[in-house]
Write a protein that binds this ligand. Structure first.
Ligand code: FES
Length: 121
């Protein structure tokens, strides 16, 4: 059973591959879909359509369990504040294998939103 841990809150989600209820946001079984299924807060200003950067996460562990980033995700990530080599968009990175994925939700994303930014769209 895959486990996804969202830092810094350490909120943890477990689910059965292929059995997650789809929340209509982002790709099925994406980090965003998993977060929403478990009432874990992950910003998603564009609704999960790869058109903003608010769902930016940094993968700390388990990157090999995730889908490969496609061209549109990489292009969008280029615009993300605080981009790292381990950055992904939560709505595009799909958990495909058993194991533990640990991601960090960058503080600057939350701050940006709560300060009324929102122009990352
Ligand atoms: S929610 Fe907008 S790109 Fe992921």
């Amino acid at each position: 059973m895959p486990t996804v841990i969202f830092e810094p809150s350490h909120a943890t989600a477990e689910f059965e591959l292929g059995k997650l209820r789809y929340t209509d946001h982002g790709k099925r079984q994406s980090l965003l879909d998993i977060a929403l299924n478990n009432e874990i807060h992950l910003e998603h200003a564009c609704g999960g359509s790869c058109a903003c950067t608010t769902c930016h996460v940094i993968v700390m562990e388990g990157a090999e369990l995730l889908s490969e980033a496609e061209e549109d995700e990489l292009d969008r990530l280029d615009m993300a504040p605080g981009l790292t080599l381990r950055s992904r968009l939560g709505c595009q990175a799909v958990v495909q294998k058993e194991g533990t994925v640990k991601v960090e939700i960058p503080a600057w994303n939350k701050n940006y939103i709560s300060e009324g930014g929102g122009s990352t769209l």
